[in-house]
Design a protein around this ligand. Structure first.
Ligand code: ZN
Ligand code: ZN
Length: 489
């Protein structure tokens, strides 16, 4: 046993370094002779590095010692933050304020320290920690600090689809000219719409990643999730939760959709087919879902059933989605404004119309993506603030499943489908069982909400049961995802 132990420890150390970033420690002590000097602390950046992080620590503040921070890469200047930041990082796609994103050349880099002040007889020890993440760790999101804007489990309201200057978003300039629209205006529009999160989904690019990182501290009630609208000649799909570029050259470098679906799954992101019922010809090139080769639909986690104002009618995605369910492909219905102009409150697709409500364990990227995959998701077509839609299947033998959950129910067993609703105007309710619709009577609850129920008997086969809310004129207001019966995941 005694001889085995060092081997075991060596193996543990190796596995740790394979999973975690490399950390280098550069430290020293400043004295009065360093007053108004610059110091370079060299370190090596190996090939394949995806992010360099630098953290400076010292406690000289009590003696009025000030240390400025900057960074030189193997080719020269990379950034400077003076005394305003103690922790910075640079990667290919984003960087802290004052630093340049871009390629990370291998070779000797230097942390640059400037000392505007240290008193003559003072000694100030400092510690600089340099963290190196590999490109693979960055693409997998392992370099990203966990961000939770609200730790409470709740329904969170967001918009999953929008464009800005980083692709084809445009709006009116100060002089009234149509110009590429700054992303910040979209985010402010989302705040005005009362949203908790947005996914910014630019066409085939990731140039917005840096702005999202820089804007997030200011938007500390609005979670900013980077996405990309994979825009091909055979359809569009949103990827929610990207860390870098995704392949989009379908029929060229990407033979079919399936390798992309596998990459999305590996990286913990969500793949959502966009506006599947839009035309695909010269009216809207590549917009409709028209894959040339078979797609493994098990890798598709979501479908955009309401794109902008297309909730009802031939361009609604509801029919496409329900056909997938009927064929046994389980995927979550979501909505997205596809806004290209945050200033056009009365235009075809303002931010937040529709909103997608996701029941998540917290307001964080990870919890929201998990909530979308799980399917406790409601599309709120008009973003009616304060709206709520719950669905539960309660079996006569005392078990239950909520929206997005599975339950096994043998042939002949009875259950009750229960829905509870809050909406700021009178509405109609429709239960949908395997695509067949039936109206239900709403009754008021003591808590001010309304409810309806449906008795239902299982035949032991696979079923999906859900609920829609409609206005008096029949137009769709809220679309609920199903409770699944006898589906194995
Ligand atoms: Zn599109
Ligand atoms: Zn779009």
């Amino acid at each position: 046993m005694r001889r085995l132990l060092p081997l075991l420890l060596a193996a543990l150390a190796a596995s740790t370094s394979a999973d975690a970033a490399d950390v280098l420690h550069l430290q020293g002590t400043l004295t009065g002779t360093d007053h108004q000097r610059y110091l370079e602390l060299p370190f090596q950046v190996p090939q394949g590095t995806g992010r360099v992080g630098v953290t400076l620590q010292h406690d000289g503040g009590k003696d009025r010692t000030v240390i400025d921070l900057g960074l030189l890469d193997a080719n020269g200047f990379r950034g400077w933050s003076g005394g305003s930041r103690s922790s910075i990082s640079v990667s290919r796609y984003d960087a802290s304020g004052g630093y340049l994103p871009g390629a990370l050349p291998q070779g000797e880099w230097k942390v640059l320290l400037g000392i505007p002040n240290i008193r003559t007889h003072v000694h100030t020890p400092y510690k600089v920690e340099v963290t190196l993440w590999s490109e693979a760790e960055v693409q997998a999101g392992k370099d990203r600090p966990a961000l939770v804007l609200d730790p409470a489990p709740a329904w969170y309201r967001g918009d999953l689809h929008m464009h800005s200057t980083h692709s084809d978003g445009s709006c009116s300039s100060q002089r009234g000219n149509k110009v590429p629209c700054p992303l910040f205006l979209s985010l402010q529009a989302a705040v005005r719409q009362g949203l908790d999160f947005v996914v910014v989904t630019e066409h085939n690019t990731v140039s917005h990643l840096e702005e999202l990182v820089r804007h997030q501290p200011w938007f500390d009630r609005l979670l900013l999730i980077p996405g990309m609208e994979v825009t091909t000649f055979q359809g569009h799909a949103n990827i929610f939760g990207i860390n870098g570029p995704m392949p989009f050259r379908l029929g060229d470098t990407l033979p079919d959709w399936n390798p992309l679906l596998r990459q999305v799954a590996d990286e913990g992101a969500v793949f959502s087919i966009n506006h599947p019922a839009l035309p695909a010809g010269e009216d809207c090139m590549g917009c409709g879902w028209t894959p040339a080769k078979p797609v493994d639909m098990a890798g598709v986690q979501a479908v955009e059933v309401v794109n902008g104002s297309q909730a009802d009618g031939p361009r609604s995605g509801v029919g496409f989605w329900e056909r997938q369910l009927q064929q046994g492909h389980r995927m979550t219905a979501v909505g997205g404004s596809d806004s290209h102009n945050p200033g056009a409150a009365d235009g075809p697709s303002p931010i937040g119309l529709p909103a997608t409500l996701v029941h998540a364990d917290a307001l964080s990227r990870e919890a929201l993506l998990a909530g979308i995959k799980q399917g406790r998701v409601v599309v709120d077509v008009r973003n009616a603030r304060g709206s709520r839609l719950e669905l539960r299947l309660q079996t006569d033998d005392g078990r239950s499943a909520d929206m997005g959950q599975d339950i096994a129910l043998a042939a002949g067993q009875w259950a009750t489908l229960l829905t509870e609703l809050e909406y700021p105007q009178p509405v109609q309710l429709e239960f949908i069982v395997d695509g067949k619709r039936q109206r239900a009577a709403l009754a008021p609850n003591a808590n001010g909400s309304q409810q309806a129920s449906l008795r239902w008997r299982s035949d032991g086969k696979r079923h999906w049961l859900r609920v829609d809310v409609r206005a008096a004129d029949g137009s769709l207001l809220m679309l609920g995802n199903p409770v699944y019966v006898n589906w194995s995941r």
